[in-house]
Design a protein around this ligand. Structure first.
Ligand code: PEP
Length: 254
């Protein structure tokens, strides 16, 4: 996948099936242009994947993502979701390593590396989340922290595999808090991530990866954040649950 500008919604554990269906209807029927270099992705709860996939079936540039999958092919793992299941629904993206999964479900960098592997082996593109907690930002060691996440979960991949990964930088202190990183802070970290990728894979590969910003993105700040040269769109939680907000965020893509 060449570098795309992406608006990705993360519904998390919100909405009923009926509310989700209504929200999708409202968003996809509102006027917005999705150009060749742009994608819109809805990461929806697992029980709604099929409904959502059917709803966007004829929409160009619109995709559905799962919010998680397991690192095993199949078997006795009650409650888990396999990549084979996602394949059977036609799902092409999955969010991995969200800070909520790292925090509440103890997902480690190495466990995430296994999930990344099984996704790529099965043609599912991971949206890999990374980002530091407030204590790390306050000690000004966020670059080292994020570099370790990238190294331990991604840098075993071949260049061809890496090209299928979307990275989402989400400073934990900005998620769901209303406290957005400034556009300068976002750009600084995105440029650092791209440089770190370039050190391992070279400039061409690094410049081909989409790096999304996540953390209290809303209609009012999306244009400024997305206009930064190394920011290729956003992963959006709260504001993606409001049709007008998310449509404005889609329209803020460069
Ligand atoms: C997220 O869930 O990935 C996120 C960034 O949430 P919010 O936009 O609500 O901060």
């Amino acid at each position: 996948m060449s570098r795309k500008q992406i608006a990705a919604a993360n519904w998390k554990m919100n909405l009923t099936l009926q509310q989700g269906e209504q929200l999708l209807n409202e968003i996809i029927n509102k006027p917005h242009e999705i150009s060749e270099n742009q994608l819109v992705i809805f990461s929806v709860p697992a029980p709604y994947l099929q409904m959502a996939q059917q709803k966007i079936a004829d929409k160009k540039g619109v995709f559905i993502a799962a919010q998680n999958c397991f690192n095993k092919k199949n078997g006795a793992y009650t409650g888990e979701i396999s990549v084979e299941m996602l394949n059977s629904l036609g799902i092409q993206f999955v969010v991995l390593g969200h800070s909520e999964r790292r925090e509440y479900f103890n997902e480690s960098n190495s466990f995430l590396a296994e999930k990344i592997n099984i996704c790529l082996e099965n043609n599912i593109q991971p949206i890999f989340c990374c980002g530091e907690p407030l204590s790390v930002r306050e000690s000004n060691t966020q670059n080292e922290y994020v570099a370790k996440q990238l190294k331990e979960s991604l840098y075993h991949l071949s260049a061809d595999q890496l090209l299928k990964v979307v990275i989402a930088y989400e400073p934990i202190w900005a998620i769901g808090t209303g406290k957005t990183a400034t556009s300068d802070q976002a750009q600084e970290m995105h440029a650092f991530i791209r440089k770190d990728l370039a050190n391992v894979y070279g400039n061409d590969i690094a410049n081909s990866i989409s790096i999304l910003y996540g953390g209290s993105v809303k209609a009012a700040n999306a244009v400024e954040i997305f206009s930064q040269p190394d920011v290729d769109g956003g992963l959006v939680g709260g504001a993606s649950l409001i049709a007008d907000e998310f449509v404005a965020i889609i329209n803020a893509l460069q």
